[in-house]
Design a protein around this ligand. Structure first.
Ligand code: GLV
Length: 321
């Protein structure tokens, strides 16, 4: 009987699907990220592993699992935790969970945009303090209508954020390595040929690129200075795309107006000083955390494992970025 290891409990019927497919299914009894040694022990003898984005899958993972390992199904759309060349060299299929979380992540991005531009978290604290009444100049924010939403990375999630931004009256500009004329005419979006041009025109910059060598610290001190001093930076992609120390400094010194972040360079830690700033909204990597998305992610990961272990093609194999 093939053995499938699930490194952390997941919502929805993914685990049941694996059991009903006839596999021996071992689900981590701990509802937390496994320490490296726990993880490497737990995956021994697996034919398939359903991994989390905080499980690093590299040569040591592959050798700990052993020679039967045929598929690693990552419970995430992002896959920077996987060493794809290593998996390929051992003929192990890698899959991710695109599409099923697009809406959840796009909605969370929009929630962060509203939260930072209308100072919702600051206002919530003040309302709870029961000290602040209505005042003409109290907690002024920025309207989105008519402002420019700059999308950095026009993949599935970036495109959906752009559509919702348009629906709330924003102008949309985008930068991507590929120009998308069809999307431009559908949404009325304007293509900027460099990230720098996008940063210069945007009131809100929202990051939707994968983490690659070429995107690490894409937003650094120099590029932050190219943004408008009245603008906001939103990141729901991967923390290391932004130089967080440089961002913290820029937020302190007023280089940009504020930031709303769901991802961080060294999760769950924050760069020193970030937690003390009033002009940031922070959420702990929850952009895809809806019951709908997380259940569908588990089910898609399970379907990928079932397909591969039954000799069929996976539904969502990871393609080289
Ligand atoms: C979450 O960050 C994901 O990549 O799915």
């Amino acid at each position: 009987m093939a053995k499938v290891v699930v490194t952390r409990k997941i919502p929805g019927s993914g685990i049941k699907m694996l059991q009903e497919a006839g596999f021996e299914v071992a689900v981590s009894p701990q509802d937390r990220v496994l320490a490296r040694n726990e993880l490497l022990n737990f995956i021994q003898g697996a034919d398939g592993v359903l991994t989390q984005l905080n499980d690093k899958v590299d040569e040591s993972f592959i050798s700990a699992a052993g020679a039967n390992l045929k598929v690693v199904a990552n419970f995430a759309v992002g896959f920077d935790n996987l060493d794809l060349p290593a998996l390929l060299s051992h003929n192990i299929v890698a899959t991710n969970t695109p599409d099923v979380l697009t809406e959840a992540v796009a909605e969370h991005t929009i929630a962060l945009i509203f939260a930072i531009s209308r100072r919702i978290v600051e206002a919530d604290k003040l309302a709870r303090s029961q000290t602040l009444e209505f005042g003409p100049s109290v907690l002024l924010g920025m309207e989105l209508n008519g402002k420019t939403l700059g999308i950095l990375g026009l993949g599935r999630i970036g495109s959906r954020v752009a559509e919702i931004g348009k629906a709330v009256g924003m102008e949309v500009a985008y930068y991507d390595v590929k120009k998308n004329s069809e999307f431009e005419s559908k949404v009325g979006a304007i293509f900027k040929i460099t990230p720098e041009e996008l940063l210069a025109v945007s009131d809100i910059v929202s990051i939707h690129v994968p983490l690659l060598n070429s995107t690490k610290h894409l937003i650094n001190a120099e590029r932050l200075k190219m943004m408008k001093p009245t603008s906001y930076l939103i990141n729901t992609s991967r923390g290391p795309v932004v130089d967080e120390v440089a961002l913290t400094q820029s937020l302190k010194s007023g280089v940009i107006k504020g930031a709303a972040l769901d991802v961080f360079e060294n999760e769950p830690r924050l760069s020193p000083g970030l937690e003390n700033l009033a002009n940031v909204v922070l959420t702990p990597h929850i952009a895809s955390a809806t019951t709908e998305a997380r259940s569908a992610m588990g089910e898609l990961a399970a379907k990928n494992i079932i397909a591969v272990l039954s000799g069929q093609s996976p539904l969502t194999p990871i393609k080289k970025p």
